[in-house]
Design a protein around this ligand. Structure first.
Ligand SMILES: NC(=O)c1ccc[n+]([C@@H]2O[C@H](COP(=O)([O-])OP(=O)(O)OC[C@H]3O[C@@H](n4cnc5c(N)ncnc54)[C@H](O)[C@@H]3O)[C@@H](O)[C@H]2O)c1
Length: 356
């Protein structure tokens, strides 16, 4: 199987590339490094089935040779990033989606859009089911991201209807794990960085707003299950275990073992009050269920952040390492001619393609 992962040098994309290689696929990672980093895929650079192309997907995307699947994750994704890059975010959702759908159509490949729970906005239905249309402010401070994804979903649906492109949409809820950027403003990296540095942990509002947090390996498993089907979606992917932001901050402080105080700062405008996926569809159609316990996943993420910051994670002793959560080992490179087991197809020649 030959897979294009747009946004593959980002947090989620790099984990997807890694897992696809483990599963025997050939991976072409396209990224313009707007918010991702070459470091995220540096461990894959020498892999014979991995290719990295520096490319902005808002420009025409050409990939030589066959392509079996196109995963579109290329978009700024954290509130800090999309507010800094509003036009780039809108164009990634509009032009980027069009170009990658065009590639999938030309190659008769499966296309998968990484959409988001943000399409539900500040939801009036709880938990969020896929049939809920959302409560989004189209001119608010999050609108560049929310509306880009809503447009991307509409365009994906139109390609399926008009061109019979094999498309799928997953709506991803808050996901965490190693390789998140420490400075991207999302709750977990922010809390962990503050706690590890011995600074007060700053909670927005009174901390009663809720989130549901999914460990990255669970999320990747759900995305790849969806990739293997012909289902259109949208399908929610996230962990339905809901907690308040204050509870999350307290847990992070406990796991970091630094005993720092929690302080309160104003809540951002249009910050969703509640967020929890209804994953009935994912359970029934994909047989998917998140498996990683929040404490275990957070412990692994904290250890990774501590390492990245060169700081000690004081409470890590006895906590599981990532390899104990899921089997993440990348097998030894296969020889040309050796069978490679793909996700939805087989490709045995192992030939690397060129990307421009
Ligand atoms: N992480 C989450 O909790 C979450 C939740 C919902 C949806 N998503 C979606 O998943 C995808 C990945 O999110 P992430 O958290 O890994 O963010 P990320 O910022 O780490 O990754 C996004 C990647 O896309 C790249 N990119 C951005 N614009 C591009 C362009 N025009 N051309 C090529 N590459 C481009 C970035 O450089 C980066 O490597 C995004 O589409 C995001 O909307 C993520």
């Amino acid at each position: 199987m030959r897979v294009v992962v747009a946004g593959g040098a980002g947090f989620l994309g790099s984990h997807l590339c890694e897992r696809l290689l483990t599963d025997g696929a050939e991976v072409i990672c396209l990224d313009n490094f707007a918010t991702g980093r070459p470091d995220n895929v540096s461990n894959l650079r020498t892999h014979p089935r991995f290719e990295l192309g520096c490319h902005d997907v808002t420009n025409f995307v050409h990939v030589a040779g066959p392509v079996d699947a196109v995963l579109h994750l290329a978009s700024p994704a954290s509130p800090l990033h999309y507010r800094d890059l509003p036009l780039e975010t809108l164009m990634a959702g509009a032009l980027g989606t069009r170009n990658l759908l065009g590639l999938a159509r030309a190659k008769k490949a499966r296309f998968l859009l990484a959409s988001t729970s943000e399409v539900y906005g500040d939801p009036l239905v709880h938990p969020q089911t896929e049939s809920y249309w959302g409560n989004v402010n189209p001119v608010g401070p999050r609108s560049m991201y929310d509306e880009a994804k809503r447009y991307a979903e509409a365009l994906t649906t139109a390609y399926r209807i008009t061109h019979e492109t094999n498309t799928g949409i997953v709506r991803i809820f808050n996901t965490y794990g190693p390789r998140m950027r420490i400075d991207d403003g999302r709750a977990i990296p922010a809390f962990v960085a503050q706690a590890l540095r011995g600074q007060p942990v700053t909670v927005a509002g009174d901390g009663s707003q809720t989130r549901s947090l999914c460990y990255v390996d669970d999320l990747v498993d759900g995305v790849l299950r969806m990739l293997r089907t012909d289902l259109p979606g949208p399908v929610n992917l996230g962990n339905p275990r809901e907690m308040t932001i204050l509870e999350l901050a307290q847990l992070v402080v406990e796991l970091c073992g630094t005993n720092v105080p929690i302080t309160f700062v104003p809540r951002p405008v249009d910050d969703p009050m509640v967020r929890r996926p209804d994953i009935t569809l994912a359970r029934s159609q994909l047989g998917w269920e998140p498996r990683v316990d929040l404490r275990d996943g957070l412990a692994v993420a904290i250890a990774w952040f501590a390492d990245a910051l060169n700081l000690p994670a004081q409470a890590m002793a006895g906590r599981p390492r990532r390899s104990q959560l899921v089997d993440e080992a990348i097998p030894a490179p296969r020889r040309p001619g050796q069978d490679t087991v793909g996700l939805v197809g087989l490709r045995a020649d192992g030939a690397a393609g060129s990307t421009t």
